[in-house]
Write a protein that binds this ligand. Sequence first.
Ligand code: FES
Ligand SMILES: [Fe+2]
Length: 379
Amino acid sequence: MQTQDINAVLSSIETAHGLPNGMYINETMAQKEREHVFHKNWTALTCGKNVPHAGCVMPIDMLGIPMLVTRNKNGEIKVFENVCRHRGMILVNEAKRLNGPITCPYHAWAYDMDGHLRATPHVGGADIHDHEAVDKACLSLNEIRSHVWMDVIFVNIDGKAAAFDDMHSDIIDRWAEFNRPIYHSGSDSSFSLTLNSNWKLAIENYCESYHLPFVHPGLNSYSRLEDHYNIEGPGHFSGQGSYVYNPSLDETGRTFPTFDNISNKWDTAAEYLALYPNVLLGVHRDHVFNIIITPDAINQTTEQIEIYYADQSALDDSYSVMRQKNSAMWKEIFVEDIDVVEGMYKGRSAPQYDGGKFSPIMDGPTHYFHQWVAKQMAA
Ligand code: FES
Ligand SMILES: [Fe+2]
């Protein structure tokens, strides 16, 4: 980004412009963004519920890097490069639960869930399984720094970011009441959407409630624009809150069980925050969700949505219909957003578009995100 573009974004909201077109459509800038935004921060990768048991392994490619998520016998999650230290073969091709080690399909070098190299068959010749030049202790899988919060597995690819708890202490404190076990019911609480758009536009759209009456008329009929408030950090997040969370998913008035001892504030409040760079979060007294935003390409983005309940009893069959309705309600809202997120992307190819003009009242959370991105690019 040019200095004048950075300054235009960092200016006060009354005079600021948004990020320039190039930040959405220029491949060179996307490469730079990969390094400055995704490698240096805590990037959301996937969810802990996808490796539920000891011995579970899950390959996942993010930003072109093949990664492998494992869970060891102590329940700890680790992330490694999904690459054998011998000749660089991809180790695991599909998510599965292993009884033994992670064995490379090429020459059968084997690693445990902590990435330690345990076996090197025939490395010293037929039936000789060691060689003095091959020191197993120095050939563990290359680990990628990771941290789990609210079941989201985050990775810091360059390994140099401040500790997750330090970098994100503001949001952790804000949502301390939700930092406890949450329960996922499986396929009825999970769906994904693919958008022909740049990933940042999905984040920006989620940050604000300004579009609610126009894009979500159904939602706006009970959670109106005026029922929302803006949240702009402090910290690496922004979004909106609502004062009127009161879902009706069952004709008899039955509701999901809530978190134990949750404070009154959450009787009717809900908050929706984008935690930068790439995860959208929502919290309510009875359920939370996360949406991991993956930039598949400069013009293609995947949103993976996972819904979790506050109490294990919400996973009972008796709640099955309500859970499906809850998922369907969220899906309808996120599908309603696709048109505008894709439309804004097309708009970024208009050469005279200057990053736009913010409403000083309504666009604060979006401007906060733009400022954060501009600061990363300037760093
Ligand atoms: S590449 Fe993995 S054992 Fe040879
Ligand atoms: Fe929306």
